[in-house]
Design a protein around this ligand. Structure first.
Ligand code: 5GP
Ligand code: MG
Length: 178
């Protein structure tokens, strides 16, 4: 692995696919222990979580469903407030146990919006799984149940994560070179 260029920015190798897999192994083990009797719906938050979601699901060993949504954000009624709405949710999640599958949690705002939306839809329970968490940036007031790795506030790409839509296909994770 070496330094790569995407558009105007340079990125250096940061987390190898091997390390990613080890982190997902651990998360999956915990999920397999804790949620095996829940018949959950794993809800992947596109686009970023497609690689993580696929690798996580291969390790889940109990009956479950998988669904996919995108998050649309737009300015809310108050100028400071971001409203995040789930789009593409075809399943009826009323009374279901939902596991959110996210690539990375930064400020926590995206998941906050998703949680509100899911509660309005009458879900029974929500668990949150994320491959990466930036604890120093996180401002949410909810618990994150399954975290693969904690990282500093650096901008990263690869393994589903993009820079201006590029870099999602990289197998490993790269960090921006300041
Ligand atoms: P939050 O709402 O928690 O602040 O941000 C979550 C979303 O911001 C993620 O789903 C992801 O799309 C994006 N994001 C946060 N940090 C990074 C990063 O370091 N790199 C990339 N590519 N996206 C990020
Ligand atoms: Mg995301």
């Amino acid at each position: 692995m070496s330094v790569i260029q995407i558009l105007d920015k340079k990125f250096e190798p940061y987390i190898s696919y091997n390390e990613i897999e080890l982190a997902i192994d651990k998360m999956a083990k915990k999920i397999n222990d804790e949620l095996k009797d829940d018949l959950p719906v794993f809800l992947m938050i596109l686009n970023g979580s497609f690689m993580f979601g696929a690798d996580l699901m291969k390790r889940i060993d109990f009956p479950c469903e998988v669904s996919f949504v995108k998050v649309a954000s737009y300015a809310g009624t108050k100028s400071t407030e971001e409203v995040k709405e789930l789009i593409g949710l075809n399943e009826d999640l009323k009374g279901r146990n939902v596991v959110i599958v996210e690539d990375i949690i930064d400020s926590g705002l995206t998941i906050d919006g998703i949680l509100k939306d899911l509660k309005n839809k009458g879900v029974k329970s929500v668990k949150i799984s994320t491959l990466l968490l930036k604890p120093k940036a996180f401002k949410g007031s909810y618990d994150i149940d399954y975290v693969g790795m904690e990282i500093p506030n650096d901008f990263i790409v690869g393994y589903g994560l993009d820079y201006n839509q590029l870099g999602r296909n990289l197998k490993d994770i790269y960090k921006i070179v300041e």
